[in-house]
Design a protein. Structure first.
Ligand SMILES: [Zn+2]
Length: 189
């Protein structure tokens, strides 16, 4: 995909763990056209020429809904329930930043590469330092994020959609404690 994404769009895709391979450049295509292509190639998001009425967003779900205004329209409910890897990613400079996420990928180096290519949190030096295979990985991820919410980082991206719920600034041991405790009881056997 050669399309240039805005910072908001990159952050959104990062937040919902949608890799760039899952994004279709559907500019110049009508809704019927891109829906067909998405179905064929499994893309979850289409970048379209149309702008949503509320905020001017251009990313659409397979059903033609604005995914930024209505994230529940993304095909991510499956991720919420599926077994997957819940991970803790760490970026050390310029200052410590921690990301809690989940991924279907077993190769977590690839997931780290994606975080870096998305410039998640404005960083390109993410490393995944811990990952546990969990039942209902999306739910476990949310639970850890909720437990760490006092340390949540609100990044200033000039837009409310840039506020990140998966990034945290705290001592690594604090995050690791919460991570270990919650993944421990949700481990896939
Ligand atoms: Zn919108």
């Amino acid at each position: 995909m050669v399309i240039k994404l805005t910072r908001d769009e990159r952050q959104f895709l990062c937040r919902y763990d949608i890799p760039l391979e899952g994004v279709l450049d559907a500019r110049g295509q009508c809704r019927q056209e891109y829906q067909l292509v998405m179905k064929e190639n499994g893309a979850r998001v289409a970048i379209t020429d149309s702008r949503c009425a509320a905020e001017g967003h251009r990313m659409r779900s397979r059903h033609g809904k604005c995914i930024q205004c209505d994230p529940s329209s993304i095909a991510f409910s499956k991720r919420y329930r599926d077994t997957g890897y819940v991970y803790l990613a760490l970026s050390l400079s310029p200052k410590i930043l921690i990301k809690i996420g989940s991924s279907k990928k077993k190769n977590l180096d690839l997931r780290a590469e994606e975080l870096n290519s998305h410039k998640c949190g404005g960083r390109t030096n993410w490393k995944i330092v811990n990952a546990v295979l969990c039942l209902e990985a999306g739910r476990v991820e949310n639970e850890i994020q909720a437990a760490l919410k006092d340390y949540q980082v609100v990044l200033d991206y000039g837009s409310k959609s840039g506020a990140s719920r998966e990034l945290f600034k705290c001592h690594l041991l604090v995050a690791v404690d919460v991570f270990d405790e919650i993944t421990g009881v949700n481990k896939a056997k």
